[in-house]
Ligand binder design. Sequence first.
Ligand code: ADP
Ligand code: ADP
Ligand code: MG
Length: 471
Amino acid sequence: MFKKVLVANRGEIATRIIRSCKELGIKTAAIYSEADSTALHVKKADESYLVGPGPVAGYLNIHRIIDLAKEIGADAIHPGYGFLSENPKLPELCEKRGITFIGPSSHAISSMGDKSMARKMMIKAGVPVVPGTDNIQSEDEALAFSDEAGFPIMVKATSGGGGRGLRVCRNKKELLENLKSAKSEAEAAFGSAEVFLEKYIENPHHIEFQILADNFGHTIHLGERDCSIQRRHQKLVEIAPSLILTEELRKEMGEVAVRAARAVNYSNAGTIEFLVDKEMNYYFIEMNTRLQVEHTVTEVVTGIGLVRKQIEIAAGKPLTLKQEDIAIRGYAIECRINAEDPKKNFVPNIGRVTAYYSPGGPGVRIDGCVYKDYVIPPYYDSMIAKLICSGMTWEEAISRMRRSLDEFVVRGVKTTIPFHYKIMTDEEFQKGEFDTGFLDRRQDLLDYKEHRSRTDLVIAISAAIAAYEGF
Ligand code: ADP
Ligand code: ADP
Ligand code: MG
């Protein structure tokens, strides 16, 4: 097993990885920028190293990170998600320098990171994909596809991610306009202007399968997550298992997901994303070759620690779990708690956290990265915590989530907590009547009251006592 892991990330995921390393008796080294000197991951790691320059560049500097790993005697690097996790150069250089990359091969990352290439490989492997095109070279090509497939159509950036570089087109004029704007957005965001087209599926479910594969070709899936509650193609709430899959369809899609992973000789943890339409047809959309933000709900319903498995697999241990060992128990829901003001178009709301009280009790898990008096820096993701609640039934999981959101107190910045509370009390949501169009259709959910819980009363009283005693 590894002696020391360098965690090449920040925020809640860095903290999450450090926790698993501690459980495995592995020392951890954190990296941080000047803007992150007070961050929680720096406090939790055994060692921490300033990487610069600037707030973001240090987290992306592969050579510096690998040199550092060498200097400090780290034998492995965990990239988390975002930042370096989908950069095939990191595993490539790690291998050259004799450091283990905790993740898939650079070949798997580069072939799945290119969505057009991934589509081609999936078609070859017999995996259903959304009807679509190769990379678009001319307007004529795009117009020809629209004649053949009909509208609506989606323009997608070939190297896109994080919900960016996606455009829905309802007619030829929009198609030509969006082609141009998607290209320039993709060039700026991902360094490649390549785009392709897909038939736009109206209001599907986003259903993804968690894959685990070892270095010896043994590949299994850990069931699915429904991530249909999205805003601007970014997930806000994720649940496991899905409320709409039958046992037969779960089995079939799971087998297809395993086949998809095998097509790139995948090893370590990864996710196969599908869209499922109203007729329950399913289509591959992409593979994420890394740990997913919402891996937590799968951990809760399967009881399997995904980060632990990632580390064991990277260390060369065979995966002894068989497909038939995987059992799904109850339901889990994750709410992404972002420091944003939903009422102001979800604009990031950063600054000092003046009060922080996190919920607890049965069936509650928090993966977070803020604390009282922490000042949220403006340079990064606005996600400050993930609240995960589970129960033996869907109803129990929802009622726990409502209770926990009610207990959760974050003051000083606006958060998505009251918005999530509103979703959890919504009748359609409770009945499982949601798809990727849900939040767009239900703008009325933004009409919520700012939440004050009994904990606020306790905070106010203790502040008053403190002030009185000071007096
Ligand atoms: P998930 O892990 O569920 O797919 P996201 O799509 O939100 O979650 O992505 C996880 C994190 O990685 C987010 O911070 C997102 O902004 C970032 N991210 C995802 N894909 C890319 C990409 N291709 N380039 C840069 N950042 C990305
Ligand atoms: P990203 O890499 O940014 O995560 P994805 O291809 O995974 O991009 O798509 C993100 C989301 O966009 C999906 O979950 C879904 O809501 C929507 N989407 C993507 N492709 C389609 C499509 N062909 N039809 C309808 N919605 C789509
Ligand atoms: Mg995706």
